[in-house]
Design a protein around this ligand. Structure first.
Ligand SMILES: [Zn+2]
Length: 86
């Protein structure tokens, strides 16, 4: 697995990450750099789709995914905490 492959791990379409490699390679340099800085594996195609469908710029689209992942992680932790208390 190449270093770049890990940047394609999270995909709403749940496709294999390698299918998104050409999309990442074709994305604007600023998008590639922003995705590399993200603490999460966010799919390039999903970012592009979200930006296109909602009129977001790419920064906002990536931040949206990061916030959603953090919220989801928080929800999982809350459920685990509740389960441990039962
Ligand atoms: Zn995707």
């Amino acid at each position: 697995m190449s270093d770049r492959t890990k940047f394609h791990g999270l995909c709403l379409e749940a496709v294999d990450g390698h299918e998104m490699m050409p999309v990442f390679d074709d994305a604007p340099r600023s998008v590639q750099e922003r995705l590399r800085r993200s603490p999460f594996n966010i799919c390039t195609q999903c970012v592009i789709n979200l930006a296109r469908d909602n009129g977001y710029d790419y920064e906002r689209a990536i931040s949206y995914f990061e916030d959603a992942i953090r919220a989801s992680d928080q929800e999982v932790r809350e459920k685990e905490r509740v389960n441990e208390e039962v």
